[in-house]
Design a protein around this ligand. Structure first.
Ligand code: V07
Length: 252
């Protein structure tokens, strides 16, 4: 028997008597399969991205409901620039569209929007829309909704190394001071805990340059479902699997 203790990250499912314990504090998601979803429906790939954006909203609702602290979503990788230009152009308009349609709800839900990745080389209009969303939600202290945008894990590590080398060269840092925890201070995620659970949709079972350093001890959960088909049932399945794994470790 369990008691519902919100501060212990335990949540009673409303639909049943089932209780999920050990809710991951940081969930990271690779939102894969948007283009494939559209293709299967005879729609252009961009229709899949737009549908995927509404699933972002649904997922935020679930994360808020389950008291998750951080939700990191892989929205655009450094490799995604290789896609056809019209597709990239469309995707780069999504932050503005998202703000227009969903920002009021994000604010009501006390969500704080942030990004990780190379922000500076995004198109100006994209930066403006994102900066607006960040500014409008910076005083919120609920769910941290963290979009990985123009993000690449290897680049992130190289960037950290360059900053450390510069500090060493300037004699502001000693080589002996290069440790796991000091290197982490130079990663985009320096203000965040490592992800506890990483979800990837669409049947691919690779990390694809997402949170390489940070996912050293992360639990991975994969589903065949395409991102636009991701829903609360699947989200709860992932939480239950995570809980089961944690319980197993607890036993030894
Ligand atoms: C993007 C929608 C989700 C499916 C996967 C790729 C496409 C929301 C945002 C966003 C980002 C920053 C922000 C507000 C919203 C977004 C991109 C792509 C580039 F402040 N969805 N989404 N950004 N997709």
């Amino acid at each position: 028997m369990s008691i519902w203790l919100p501060f212990k990250k335990t949540k009673q499912k409303e639909s049943s008597n089932e209780i999920i314990e050990n809710i991951p504090s940081h969930i990271a998601i690779i939102m894969d399969g948007n283009g494939r979803w559209a293709g299967k429906k005879g729609l252009p790939r961009i229709a899949g991205h737009k549908e995927g954006m509404s699933v972002v909203r649904n997922t935020v609702r679930m994360a808020v409901k389950y008291n998750v602290d951080v939700l990191t979503l892989y929205a655009f990788s450094t490799e995604n620039w290789k896609r056809p230009k019209p597709e990239v152009d469309f995707i780069m308009k999504l932050p503005k569209e998202f703000s227009h349609v969903y920002l009021p709800e994000m604010k009501r839900n006390n969500v704080q929007i942030d990004t990780i990745g190379d922000f500076d080389s995004l198109p100006t209009h994209t930066k403006k829309a994102i900066q607006h969303a960040k500014d409008e939600t910076k005083h919120n202290d609920g769910l941290k909704l963290n979009f990985a945008l123009n993000y690449g894990g290897r680049y992130e590590i190289i960037r950290a190394i360059k900053q450390i080398a510069t500090a060493c060269e300037a004699k502001e840092m000693d080589i002996e001071e290069i440790t796991e925890s000091s290197l982490e201070q130079y990663l985009y995620t320096n203000h965040l805990r490592d992800p506890d659970l990483l979800i990837r949709t669409s049947g691919e079972k690779r990390l694809s340059n997402f949170l390489l350093w940070q996912s050293a001890y992360t639990e991975f959960w994969f589903t065949e479902a395409l991102w636009p088909d991701f829903n609360e049932t699947l989200f709860e399945e992932a939480l239950k699997e995570y809980e089961k794994r944690k319980r197993r470790y607890g036993g030894v």
